[in-house]
Design a protein around this ligand. Structure first.
Ligand code: SAH
Length: 662
């Protein structure tokens, strides 16, 4: 709920406009302003104060508790010109609320959160759990200071600014001088060689330990962390001691001297528990799938505790758990459902027959008898893990004094890149949809035709890698975009108008397999942009036909034009005429003229919505092909289309119109 507070008549009138625009979403707080602010602060997720910022700050100050839980607050000035995001820009959603309120009140949003103002993504806005020195790294990102990215794999994140340099991940299977595999080096280096490797690091990411859960040494989970921290080196010393997996501190061995410069901040992107330096941050990718099996009635503490133990012993973060997986028969097993709830992740289930077909290291007879598959935990984890690596083999719970009722296994899913196919609209910036803008800013790689890239370059985040090519390289662009997504990146493939209409979406999706996520963002296609200029030519059935015979034989095009002509359908011609293709448009118009009168209205729109845009309305008989080029669409009416007051109008339908007239 959004609480609305005002003190003056002008404020109340703006407040009422907002309340009317958003009924059900807003609540008006009347009465003395201080009391109104206090009540709204306690009861609402967000506040809109029609008050000066100074007054609002004074009223809020005694109420502030925590950045993560305080409501987002925006202020609207007395004249209703500015909507200031005052508090909770990210966590409280005040930045986006300010933009929304501003659009209702026709005011200007004022955003001062540095990351939003500069285009650098806020670490807390990436949709991944984040821990560590967030303010320090954010500062470094904004200041252009060097930051290292140490990622296990490429995840489809938005572009990070150019001062972030990515460390090459160690090749899988490479061994360090101590003979350990690269995959385990970072877990082991600098941390005590105990099963509780995570305990030596900042350990904020672990869900609260279960009271009374004991580890194998019989220590309670709550005391394990404290003990290990007391005996371990402080985190920054741990980071310095890491050799050789940590090239930036390669000179710091064996112990950092006082005059050695501070280590570069490191942005880790990993599901592993790694030592964090005092200026480090770790982002947790949603990479872990936990397969779980449970006997009927298994308690949530047993299931949850088993999974936590398994993750901890494998040096994995619970914050990277993306989902629990099990067999269909256990879809409603309370212990599993509630454990998933504690992790805040969904449960995915598979038919027993599917799981039975998966080869696992530890099949057994018990689940075969109970649910019809020799493996639940391992098989379900592998099924959901998209061919990923089995990090933790089947493990049973070990409750005292009774048989185990739960099993689990952990698989690391390979990252899935993201391909957004984004239509930019016909040209004008205000015909670019907000969703398209968001996708452009979501991407780290942009692929497109150079002239379209120029159209939106200012919207890209600093650090976005742009792969542009000239006209005629469609297939290459499509292949590049898909390959970049397959490499794990967040890619935006752009096209003018709608990217699915005579554009990049189909060649790209023809290349793509289901190993990438694909998101389509519709755009205003040229036919619609032109129609809005012409009047209402598409009021009844209509079709688009491209007259380009470069890739389509003319016979096919001609057959389609004839069909549209016979069926009396309004036709918009794309790619109507170029220097080398000049006879096709007159031919197509002649085919339509076999079924429509010479006076049939024809709209010609060139560069719709662009600064040099032109349009004119003519007829089938009068159209001068010289007015048409490749920047133009030509819309030919049906037999009912009329010119009315200089506009092209196709009636919705005879029956509907005559009913309306009655
Ligand atoms: N994907 C684009 C169409 C690409 S085909 C879309 O959905 O609009 C290229 C053809 O589209 C051009 O030859 C022209 O016929 C038409 N076109 C694209 N943008 C246009 C504009 N702003 N005004 C008029 N025609 C346009």
């Amino acid at each position: 709920m959004i609480g609305l507070i005002s003190a003056t008549a002008a404020g109340a009138s703006a407040r009422d406009r907002l309340a009317t625009a958003w009924p059900g979403r807003t609540r008006v707080y009347d009465g003395p302003v201080r009391r109104a602010v206090e009540s709204a602060f306690a009861e609402c997720e967000q506040l809109v104060c029609f008050l000066a910022t100074g007054a609002t700050v004074r009223l809020l100050a005694p109420l502030l508790a925590d950045k993560t839980t305080d409501p987002g607050v925006v202020c609207v000035d007395e004249a209703g010109r500015y909507v200031v995001s005052l508090l909770g820009g990210h966590a409280g959603g005040a930045n986006s609320l300010a933009a929304e309120v501003a659009s209702v009140l026709a005011a200007a949003p004022v955003i001062t959160t540095a990351t939003d103002a500069t285009g650098v993504p806020g670490l807390d806005t990436l949709g991944l759990p984040v821990e560590g020195a967030v303010p320090t790294i954010t500062r470094a990102l904004l200041d252009g200071a060097p930051v290292r990215l140490r990622a296990d794999a490429v995840w489809p994140l938005p572009a990070l600014p150019p001062n972030v340099t990515r460390e090459e991940p160690p090749a899988p299977g490479t061994a360090d001088p101590a003979g350990r595999s690269a995959a385990t080096t970072a877990i082991l280096d600098g941390t005590p060689a105990t099963p509780h490797a995570d305990s030596a690091t900042r350990d904020e990411e672990r869900p609260a330990p279960l009271s009374g859960t004991a580890d194998h040494a019989g220590r309670s989970a709550a005391t394990t962390t404290a003990q290990a921290q007391a005996t371990a080196e402080p985190p920054h010393a741990v980071a310095h001691a890491r050799q050789p997996a940590n090239p930036d501190v390669a000179t710091a061995h064996p112990a950092p001297a006082a005059d050695v410069p501070a280590p570069l901040p490191v942005l880790h992107l990993t599901d592993r528990i790694v030592p964090l330096g005092p200026t480090d941050v770790v982002l947790r990718p949603p990479s872990l799938v936990v397969g779980v099996g449970a006997s009927k009635g298994a308690g949530v503490d047993e299931v949850y505790g088993l999974v936590l133990d398994a993750l901890r012993d494998a040096g994995l973060s619970a914050l990277s758990v993306a989902e629990l997986a099990t067999v269909d028969a256990k879809a409603d097993e309370p212990g599993i459902v509630e454990a998933a709830g504690r992790f805040g992740v969904p449960v995915r289930t598979y038919p027993a027959g599917v799981l039975a077909d998966i080869t696992v290291p530890n099949p057994s007879d018990a689940p075969l008898a109970a649910v019809g598959t020799p493996s639940v935990a391992e098989a379900a984890a592998l099924a959901a893990g998209r061919g990923g690596e089995l990090l933790v083999q089947k493990r049973k719970s070990s409750p005292e004094g009774r048989p185990a009722m739960a099993t689990c296994a952990v698989v690391r899913k390979p990252p899935r890149g993201r391909l957004a196919v984004v239509g930019l609209g016909p040209g004008a910036r205000d015909l670019l949809t907000p969703r398209a803008t968001a996708e452009l800013r979501r991407a780290s790689v942009l692929v497109g035709l150079d002239q379209y890239v120029d159209q939106i370059r200012d919207l890209l985040r600093p650090g976005t890698r742009v792969v542009e090519s000239g006209l005629g390289h469609e297939e290459e662009r499509a292949r590049t975009a898909v390959a970049e997504a397959q490499a794990g990146h967040a890619v935006a493939l752009i096209g003018s108008g709608d990217a699915g209409v005579y554009a990049m979406a189909s060649p790209a999706l023809a290349e793509a397999a289901d190993d990438i996520e694909v998101v389509g963002v519709p755009g205003v296609t040229a036919a619609l942009a032109a129609a809005a200029i012409l009047g209402a030519p598409l009021g009844h059935d209509h079709v688009s036909i491209s007259l380009s015979d470069l890739h389509t034989p003319w016979e096919v095009i001609e057959r389609r034009v004839r069909a549209a002509a016979e069926a009396d359908i309004v036709v918009t011609f794309y790619n109507p005429r170029s220097r080398g293709r000049d006879w096709q448009l007159p031919k197509a118009l002649a085919l339509l003229a076999e079924h429509r009168t010479a006076a049939t209205p024809v709209g010609v729109v060139r560069n719709a919505s662009r600064p040099d845009g032109t349009s004119h309305l003519t007829t089938l008989a009068r159209l001068d092909p010289a007015t048409v080029d490749m920047m133009t669409v030509v819309t030919v009416g049906n037999t009912a289309t009329r010119e009315i007051a200089g506009r092209m109008v196709t009636p919705r339908g005879y029956r509907w119109q005559s009913e309306g007239a009655r």
